[in-house]
Design a protein around this ligand. Structure first.
Ligand code: FE
Length: 202
């Protein structure tokens, strides 16, 4: 017998599955890298994308704290895991020579950042809610790798309730449970938004 889970339950499922007793295997689905991974890593590549060394103005846009825990597929946290993100600025422009609007890019936005997970596997980035560009819904590109080496995961982080989600070529092809694993839990916080996104590596 098939039991359909209410959408609400599907969305919280990743959090429930990390309890030790569950011992279930969860893997964050991989997605294409896309054309905009930086060709050259910027000099300032830290986890605070709101400030760029040498730039007086901070990034424009809605500040977003992107954070979560990097875990192995069995739920064990992965201290020292390396996480990278890259994303469009508030106007939907990437830090990449292939972006035709590069000249209008927000110089106060770092566009790319790296973080190392702490002793509990927790990572955090200060960034902005990514701007929209033609053909895609709102998303952040992400790559994560265990400290010990191991296989890197490349994927994309999505936002709930975005008007373009249903029409997005990469997002709509996913089954609901896979989609839930790539959708951050977003909540308003003082001065912006917080997006919780746990990463489950193979
Ligand atoms: Fe993109």
């Amino acid at each position: 017998m098939t039991v359909l889970m209410p959408r609400r339950l599907l969305l919280v499922a990743p959090a429930l599955l990390v309890t030790p007793a569950a011992a279930q295997v969860v893997r964050t689905p991989a997605q294409m890298e896309g054309p905009y991974y930086p060709r050259a890593i910027p000099v300032d590549a830290d986890a605070d994308l709101l400030r760029v060394a040498g730039q007086a103005a901070p990034a424009r846009g809605v500040p977003l704290l992107l954070e979560g825990v990097v875990r192995a597929a069995d739920g064990t946290s992965l201290p020292g895991a390396r996480v990278e993100i890259w994303q469009a600025d508030d106007q939907g422009i990437y830090l990449h020579p292939g972006d035709s609007r590069l000249a209008q890019r927000d110089a106060g936005f770092q566009g790319f950042g790296r973080a190392v997970a702490d002793g509990a596997g927790r990572y955090a980035f200060r960034t902005i809610r990514p701007g929209l560009y033609p053909g895609r819904t709102r998303h952040i590109h992400l790559r994560a790798q265990p400290a010990a080496g191991g296989t890197a995961l490349t994927t994309q982080v999505y936002f709930p309730d975005e008007p373009r989600n249903e029409g997005d070529m990469l997002l709509r092809r996913l089954a609901p449970d896979q989609r839930a694993l790539l959708t951050a839990r977003v909540a308003p916080v003082d001065g912006g938004l917080r997006a919780d996104f746990d990463i489950f590596l193979a």
